[in-house]
Write a protein that binds this ligand. Structure first.
Ligand SMILES: *[C@@H]1O[C@H](CO)[C@@H](O)[C@H](O)[C@H]1NC(C)=O
Ligand SMILES: *[C@@H]1O[C@H](CO)[C@@H](O)[C@H](O)[C@H]1NC(C)=O
Length: 344
């Protein structure tokens, strides 16, 4: 009897326990709270990783809301087995509008000037793939910060490549010098500009200083005329690549890294992580970048593009973008306003 009653008691206890477990796992209001806790934990880790600080609880909460909707968008895109992936990078607490107004600073170019050289195809072999990084003609990835100076980084990236090819020396050049000293030739510093004006400045100034001599500050300041006279690289002109012709771009990239303008306003570009970007984007050119190569992967042709948003963005600061779109403007308008510097 004694044994039986104890068995019964244990059995009853088990039922009670099972019920409690049932109630717990079935309790609907608990689930979102658990999800929110996971999200909050992820957000806190992300905040630490990116060393973010906000003005107070209100901003913290507002940013958390934006972060969550970006994470949902990332998961939505990544679930689709596309050729590229997104991630919660340093821009994951910004709305797409904020991102566009802070980091994009390319304005469409003006009519050509007389210093321009004309595009020549030339008689040389065009390899099936090219990567100027492997030839040591590309400096490390830079970070423009919260300043629309992409155009200066893009143009100087092309000058750095040309300088290496012509002189054998890879020298990181100074976008700050262009921001500070180019006043009056049409670019507006951190607000906007275009690459050809940066080449024109380099020509008028007799060259460009090195990043080491004239370091980047991320905001426009007084031109340091003494440092601006220390020249690290020179160019004698620049070339506009014929518009809307990706084979012309390829022929140019076969010879040197080139500057291109793209429409980088898509949230898929804000949060891009890796793979060949094939997403849809507009062609309202608003960002200057550098094409440092091209290739083919699993039958998909791509451009290798160096950005100036630090190594935390994209694939260590780079993005592969689809090459050979049916629209002649290229992905995100990449073949619309391409150019490169020359040195005779
Ligand atoms: C995505 O790819 C994986 C593996 O290649 C496959 O198992 C899965 O079914 C694919 N999902 C979709 C939605 O196509
Ligand atoms: C595009 O550029 C290539 C190489 O420079 C040239 O051979 C071709 O004729 C151009 N195509 C068009 C449509 O202009």
């Amino acid at each position: 009897m004694k044994i039986a009653s104890s068995v019964t008691r244990n059995y009853m206890l088990a039922i009670v326990l099972v019920c409690i477990l049932c109630v717990c796992s079935d309790a609907r209001p608990e689930k979102p709270t658990e999800g929110a806790a996971v999200m909050k934990k992820r957000y806190k880790t992300w905040l630490k990783q990116h060393k973010k600080t906000y003005r107070g609880n209100e901003e913290w909460n507002m940013r958390f809301g934006i972060y969550q909707s970006n994470v949902r968008f990332i998961e939505f895109i990544n679930a689709q087995n596309l050729s590229y992936k997104l991630t919660d990078n340093q821009f994951a607490d910004m709305t797409n509008f904020e991102f566009q107004t802070t980091y994009l600073g390319y304005k469409s170019r003006e009519r050509p000037r007389n210093q321009q050289h004309s595009y020549e195809v030339g008689n040389y072999a065009i390899p099936s793939s090219r990567d100027w990084r492997k030839k040591g003609a590309v400096t490390k990835v830079k970070n423009q910060g919260a300043c629309g100076s992409c155009w200066a980084f893009s143009a100087l990236g092309a000058v750095e490549g040309l300088n290496k090819i012509k002189t054998g020396k890879l020298v990181s050049l100074s976008p700050q010098e262009i921001l500070d000293c180019n006043l009056g030739i049409g670019n507006q510093g951190c607000r906007s500009g275009y690459m050809e004006k940066a080449y024109e400045f380099a020509m008028l100034n007799g060259g460009i200083s090195s990043e080491e001599d004239y370091p980047y500050k991320g905001k426009q300041g007084m031109c340091n005329l003494i440092t601006a006279r220390k020249i690290a690289a020179r160019i004698t002109g620049y070339v506009r690549i014929p518009e809307r012709n990706e084979s012309a771009i390829r022929a140019a990239v076969a010879r040197q890294p080139i500057a291109v303008a793209i429409d980088a306003s898509a949230p898929e570009l804000q949060l891009y992580s890796s793979g060949i970007f094939t997403g849809s984007c507009g062609k309202k050119l608003n960002h200057g970048v550098l094409v440092v190569g091209y290739g083919v992967q699993n039958g998909v042709k791509y451009w290798i593009v160096k950005n100036s948003w630090g190594t935390g963005w994209g694939d260590k600061g780079y993005i592969k973008m689809r090459r050979g779109t049916s629209d002649k403007s290229g992905i995100c308008g990449i073949s619309m306003e391409a150019s490169y510097p020359v040195k005779k």
